[in-house]
Design a binder for this molecule. Structure first.
Ligand SMILES: [Zn+2]
Length: 224
């Protein structure tokens, strides 16, 4: 879709945190039974991937929890819109878990004290639809916030565009939350490519998150 080129990413360092931004994408996925408290293992050698082009940072274990804060979402008082927002964000979160073995598993919760919070507000870059900030505990991620640009989303009056931009933006930001600080440059076949309009994690995306979590937890991962 032609709207996809407007996304601009910026990186803003905060106290003990990092922020990155971008857009994203997805494919179809139905709800699934998520195993509880999975220790992450996997087998390396998942190709093609772009793991060497991004700084990878990890959660210690999955599943992680997600809280969707729609209190600031544009038009959310219109009853039907609430499900559009919620469904699109869940769609993006669930798609990453198709990497398998519990990798990327996210559980929706109803309280703000979650590992990931998605909310509407301002972003560091006015032209960006979304940005992500992450707080670390040692080498692992402890908390992440995805900010969806209230001004940008307020301009999307048609449901089809709202749904589209919610999906590609939150899929991309979830990629930052789950594994990637940076963006791949050698492939455009990725939801993490800056300006991507792909609507779901590609094989390269899923291979990269598999690679990110294929090592045992004893290995040290430096903070980006
Ligand atoms: Zn990005």
């Amino acid at each position: 879709m032609k709207h996809s080129t407007l996304r601009i990413c910026s990186f803003v360092f905060l106290l003990g945190a990092l922020a990155s931004c971008g857009g994203g994408s997805n494919s179809e996925k139905s709800s699934q039974v998520i195993p509880s408290d999975v220790t992450i293992y996997g087998s390396c050698g998942n190709t093609p991937n772009y793991k060497n082009e991004i700084l990878i940072s990890r959660w210690k274990r999955f599943p992680i929890t997600l809280y969707v804060d729609l209190s600031n979402a544009p038009g959310v008082d219109i009853g039907n819109n609430r499900s559009i927002y919620r469904n699109a964000i869940l769609y993006s979160a669930n798609n990453w878990s198709s990497a398998g073995n519990g990798i990327g598993a996210i559980i929706l919760v109803s309280t703000p004290d979650a590992d990931i919070v998605v909310r509407f507000g301002s972003t560091p870059t006015a032209d960006s639809f979304g940005s992500t900030s992450v707080v670390f505990d040692g080498n692992y991620k402890k908390k992440a916030t995805i900010n969806l640009n209230l001004q940008k989303f307020s301009t999307l009056s048609q449901t089809i565009y709202l749904d589209y931009w919610l999906k590609i933006t939150t899929t991309h930001e979830m990629g930052h939350v789950l594994m990637a600080y940076g963006h791949p440059v050698s492939t455009r076949n990725s939801v993490m490519f800056q300006g991507s309009s792909i609507e779901g994690p590609t094989l390269e995306d899923l291979n990269t998150i598999r690679e990110a979590y294929c090592r045992v937890d004893s290995q040290s991962y430096p903070n980006p």
